[in-house]
Design a protein around this ligand. Structure first.
Ligand SMILES: *Cc1c(COP(=O)(O)O)cnc(C)c1O
Length: 381
């Protein structure tokens, strides 16, 4: 059984995919070209955003965003304690101090109330300038984007949407990537819209930010690549990846619908014995992963082992809350906060096999194995 069945997706899209790739190979144009500009236009339309700018990966997308809003030393950037380090890492590279915030245990997303408390605390301490919040659509579930936007407005901060896991998802009828001053996504193969290597993109409605990011991603270009007006980076989506993404984008909505159906099946079959992700009414998750929470770390390890014995893969997304990572040892003194929920999540979560191409009989086997193992474990304890 596959954890994410990219092989089945390729078989489904093979003809169109091969054709798209062959076209790039024939043209021998591997950087830029019509595929890249076509993809940017399609994604810009898909997300209803004014600008879409492709780049090398999701981490670069976040770096471009943080550079565009001018993140620097002395700034505080607020980030959910449970996410991939890339959500905040580029801000730290620019000298900012990360301030971690606990999550809501039902949605696994940044808790707006804890956010406001932390912002107020940092502001009162006078040590840092509260600069931005990165709202992560964790596992594809849209963050509390309205509440977070209001907090950003109230305290004069920028909002960055980290939509690396949520392409195709929507919040109150609006597509993810359309929120925040700048939104960032990743096309890493396992993401809801993944290419066959690395890729990413930024989205914004702000012309000034768009122009800045277009310059920064090409060595700080001015009128040309050799007229450099600022220090930038080299970050581009290559043409072959753009061709892959054009093919996959054409079935994204259809895939999101299938993800929703498989998620419903997991939810109905498991919610009486484990915590399952809660998606707010009116929102659609892209379910980049389907992670459930067991009662304890020990129970989770037991279930994972039983699954493995039955040939069923599982993965933990993610095993460590950011505040606990050695990389952040130097800022730990600022984290007297309570991370009860992100800690519980980190210890108890397990991702189940999930993709739009999940086979019905495989999902049944996962459910049966999990239920049997939970029963067995709870009888012993
Ligand atoms: C994957 C991911 C990123 C980084 O994307 P890359 O393309 O791997 O650089 C950033 N944030 C989140 C939440 C992610 O899941």
């Amino acid at each position: 059984m596959e954890f994410i069945d990219l092989k089945a997706q390729y078989q489904y899209l093979k003809e169109e995919m091969n054709q798209g790739l062959a076209q790039v190979l024939e043209s021998a144009r591997f950087i830029g070209g019509t595929e890249v500009s076509q993809l940017e236009r399609r994604l810009q339309e898909y997300t209803t955003r004014k600008h879409c700018i492709s780049c090398g990966n999701g981490t670069d997308a976040l770096l471009l965003a943080y550079m565009a809003i001018g993140v620097k030393e002395g700034d505080a950037v607020f980030c959910p304690d449970m996410t991939f380090i890339a959500s905040i890492e580029p801000a730290c590279l620019l000298g900012a101090t990360p301030i971690f915030v606990d999550i809501d245990i039902k949605s696994y997303n940044l808790d707006p109330q804890s956010l406001e408390e932390r912002v107020r605390e940092i502001k009162e301490s006078g040590k840092f300038n509260p600069k931005a919040v990165v709202a992560v659509d964790f596992l594809g579930n849209p963050a509390e984007l309205t509440e977070i936007r209001n907090i950003c407005d109230k305290y004069d901060m920028y909002l960055i949407e980290d939509a690396a896991q949520s392409m195709g998802a929507s919040y109150e009828g609006k597509k993810c990537c359309s929120f925040g001053d700048i939104a960032c996504t990743s096309f890493f193969p396992s993401k809801p819209l993944g290419c066959y290597g690395d890729g990413g993109a930024v989205f914004t409605d702000n012309d000034e930010f768009a122009e800045l990011m277009r310059s920064i991603k090409v060595h700080g270009k001015g009128v040309s690549k050799y007229d450099n007006v600022r220090i930038g980076i080299n970050s581009r989506l290559d043409t072959l990846q753009a061709a892959v993404l054009l093919t996959k984008l054409s079935v994204l909505d259809e895939e999101i619908e299938k993800r929703g159906k498989f998620a419903d099946i997991y939810q109905n079959a498991l919610q009486d014995i484990v915590k399952v992700p809660q998606i707010r009414e009116g929102n659609i998750s892209s379910f980049a992963q389907y992670c459930v929470l067991f009662h304890s770390e020990e129970e989770k390890d037991f279930i994972a082992q039983r699954m493995e014995e039955n040939g069923i893969p599982s993965l933990v997304y993610y095993p460590n809350p950011l505040h606990s990572l050695e990389a952040f040892d130097n800022v730990r003194q600022f984290h007297k906060g309570d991370f009860r929920n992100s800690q519980e999540y980190a210890q108890c979560n397990l991702g189940l096999p999930f993709s739009p191409y999940l086979k019905e009989e495989d999902q049944k086997a996962v459910i049966e194995t999990v239920r049997t193992a939970v029963e067995e474990y709870r009888k012993m304890h």
